[in-house]
Design a binder for this molecule. Structure first.
Ligand code: ZN
Length: 504
């Protein structure tokens, strides 16, 4: 049943000022309230549209002042502090009497921070067959089956009210700044920018552009002798750049001497490319300008990553992660054997040790197949689809939220607020989501494919790809290959039939 009269419940809570903090004045509090509500309503309506629900009513609830906790008398004669929530009660009653046929909220804990509120909601949801659909923007509110209900109870149990509220409010503040591309604030400054306002500092910006150019091999400040020593394909080494910066007495932020690590660190910051980072992930464009254009900066990062990896023979062998052992099902690894490089179901890595293939044979055959595929229009169309798949900010936000939730969950289990089965169930659900988000985020495929498909001659573009990039292309085409045992009757010849594409 798709709800046609859903209620959208919006709730904002107000953190009480801590000791020594000034009480926010009423106008500022109001402004904060409408901002938070505005975002929640936008998110809630977007979710409704996506699900095909129709929102009949929006109930904003401000539990920040007028509806703060009140001391009420309980049936046994004692008194207790209870949050009085007319908005939530109105939504519940509407769901119970059929005025509304579904509920959307921002997050489970906007709906019920108090376990008693949740139990009331569960009662209403379960009073109808099929259950009344309820959902939330963050995905935390699911009551459509017993597992969902258990999960919701666990999540509400997880709440350690005071500390959690404070933490979340700080987090949301940062999220808001991040979403608006504003600087994170705080006392320290990153190389290239002022601490206050995140304004570029021109002398440092110049050094950042220089570092990028030296890594990319197109700097025009080298002497002819220096230039002769730099392979434009590989760029200048970080050690060499650091040595030159030291020689020129170029200051760092901390006053420490330049080293390869600090050169890598200053140029790797997304802020340099005008991108806003949050919890280690780029969340979008920043309000400040790029010092190094984004595509150039991406190239720098890719080069540094490639350098880092090139020491690793397993990653130079681009079919690592593509070939699978037909006997035991583990992936084969690039391996430096006595008879040259090969892919092996490596015993030291827990493999059966029985399947191996000479690296050149397998690579030549897969390359032959890829080049053939790249000549086909339908294949190119498929690759273009993958190339257009952008990792959305939504995925990043989801990942951050899930990771935070996992931490909270572990804390709750440690404090014995959860039994082990409850903890395990909740953890399993969250971990699965995290795994999926991570897989999306770490995929290099879109970037690599865009570059490949932009090449005038796609086959020529392939020949210029780094080993890790080749792997991305192969994996965009096939899930991988099973490697069959070598038929000894064939002598030393390689039978291409040993590589069998497997089903995803
Ligand atoms: Zn094996």
């Amino acid at each position: 049943m798709t709800p046609q009269r859903a209620v959208l419940l919006l709730r904002i809570s107000y953190r009480k000022p801590e000791d020594g903090e000034e009480e926010t004045d009423e106008t500022a509090r109001r402004r904060e309230f409408s901002k938070g509500i505005g975002r929640q309503e936008e998110d809630g309506r977007a979710l409704a549209a996506r699900l095909g629900w129709t929102v009949a009513k929006v109930i904003p609830e401000d539990d920040t002042s007028a509806f703060k906790r009140r001391r009420i008398k309980l049936p046994d004669g004692s008194t207790a502090l209870r949050t009085v929530r007319p908005g939530f009660r109105e939504a519940l009653e509407g769901l119970a009497d059929g005025t509304y046929d579904g509920m959307i909220a921002d997050d489970l804990d906007r709906v019920a921070r108090d376990p008693r509120d949740l139990e009331d909601l569960i009662d209403v949801v379960e009073s109808s067959r099929p259950r009344i659909p309820v959902t939330s923007v963050t995905g935390s509110l699911r009551l459509d089956d017993d597992a969902g209900v258990t999960m919701a109870r666990v999540m509400v149990a997880v709440a350690n009210k005071s500390s959690r509220d404070t933490a979340r409010r700080v987090t949301r503040k940062h999220e808001e700044l991040a979403a608006e591309g504003k600087p994170p604030g705080g006392g320290y400054r990153g190389y290239g920018f002022t601490a206050a306002g995140h304004e570029p500092i021109e002398e440092e910006a110049e050094i950042l552009r220089e570092i990028a150019a030296r890594i990319l091999g197109d700097w025009d400040g080298w002497t002819p002798e220096q230039r002769a020593q730099v392979d434009p394909e590989l760029g200048e080494s970080l050690n060499s750049i650091a040595a030159d910066l030291r020689r020129r007495n170029v200051p760092t932020v901390t006053g420490a001497l330049w080293a390869d690590r600090s050169v890598r660190s200053v140029i790797s910051k997304p802020s340099v490319a005008g991108l806003r980072e949050y919890r280690g992930e780029v969340v979008g464009k920043a309000v400040w300008p790029a010092i190094v254009p984004e595509d150039r900066w991406e190239e720098v990062r890719a080069r540094l990553a490639g350098r880092h990896r090139s020491v690793d023979v397993r990653l130079q062998r681009w079919l690592t992660g593509v070939l699978r052992c037909s006997r035991c099902g583990l992936m084969l690894h690039g391996w430096q054997g006595n008879n040259g490089p090969r892919y092996w179901c490596a015993k030291p890595r827990g493999g059966c040790g029985k399947i191996a293939v000479k690296a050149a044979f397998a690579e030549d055959e897969v390359q032959r197949q890829v080049l053939e595929l790249l000549g086909r229009e339908d294949v190119l169309r498929q690759l273009r689809t993958v190339a257009d798949t952008e990792v959305t900010d939504e995925v990043r936000a989801e990942l951050a939220a899930d990771e935070a939730q996992l931490k909270e969950l572990a804390g709750a289990y440690a404090r014995r607020q959860l039994t082990f089965p409850e903890y395990r169930e909740a953890r399993g659900i969250i971990e699965q989501r995290i795994k999926e988000s991570r897989a999306l985020l770490t995929s290099r495929a879109p970037r690599v494919l865009r570059r490949l498909l932009a090449a005038e001659d796609v086959a020529g573009g392939w020949s210029e790809l780094t080993p890790p990039d080749r792997r991305e292309v192969v994996l965009a085409l096939v899930p991988g290959y099973d490697v069959l045992p070598h038929d000894r009757s064939m002598g030393n010849r390689f039978d291409p039939g040993r590589l069998v594409p497997f089903e995803a």
